[in-house]
Design a binder for this molecule. Sequence first.
Ligand code: XMP
Length: 323
Amino acid sequence: DWTPASFIEEKIAEVRERVGDEHVILGLSGGVDSSVAAVLLHRALGDRLTCIFVDNGLLRKGEAAQVVATFRDHFHIRLKAVDAGALFLSRLEGVVDPEQKRKIIGATFIEVFEQATEELTRELGRRPRFLAQGTLYPDVIESVSFRGPSATIKTHHNVGGLPEKLNFEIIEPFRELFKDEVRAIGRLLQVPEVILHRHPFPGPGLAVRVIGPVTKERLDLLREADAIFIEELQRHGLYDQVWQAFAVLLPVQTVGVMGDERTYEYVCALRAVTSVDGMTADWARLPHEFLAHVSNRIVNEVRGINRAVYDISSKPPATIEWE
Ligand code: XMP
């Protein structure tokens, strides 16, 4: 009989047996799958696991700090956190095409990950032999793209997309599992609920939510607006009722008024959808009073945004993300 407890026990034994005295690395994103994989493998291997966390500067407000606090400080997992925000931003300078953004981010990620692995190899005095990934069963069987069967396959997925030339033996403890099963395992391993219930987040991060050129200033504006939206969804018990929710910063400025002053500032779009698997989605019918409150907070608290709009398009024909 499958239970989360028996699964954990069996995997720990299996991983120990397979890894022996070797070292394992894991690309930690802070999402559900890689987080639960990290805690499970840490149970099995202790310090023979090193997690590599690449802060690409495209994460949400407070996310990088939270990953370090959770995994290094709380779980005492060996964690290499690479602050690569400046590098990603320089590579993205002036780029507006969404697929180009994805390609650049994917390539830069691999480069940074490889560098971190080399650094670790020097520290350990030998190269890690295994690479662990939080791949789920749907990832294994699903060859269709995020955007639907006929669209071109996205060029960059989450951390899974490391090239074979890195030449590791792969450990994928969740290859036969669905998300709910991984959540149940995570709960038993005492992975914080905020992580287990986190909405999906695209690998290219906020770069595909800052429409047009990506700059530090725009990213910071978006982070503030997004944090307010998410905080209010959580406070009103709505966060778990939607598949995904986020803010998008538009490359458009519009006129507003504040006191006696005329303002000319950015527009932010709020997106919330319901979905089963992300392949199709409906815009979430959030209460008007709630939207009014979020809009008020954003335009009053985020200097640089004076207008918020709510996205009422479904997928298809729209996609969940704006880029
Ligand atoms: P779309 O926008 O295609 O998104 O309706 C469907 C789901 O996929 C996520 N998404 C991505 N995830 N890399 C990822 O890892 C990407 O390039 C990417 N693009 C979209 C999106 O957030 C949604 O959950």
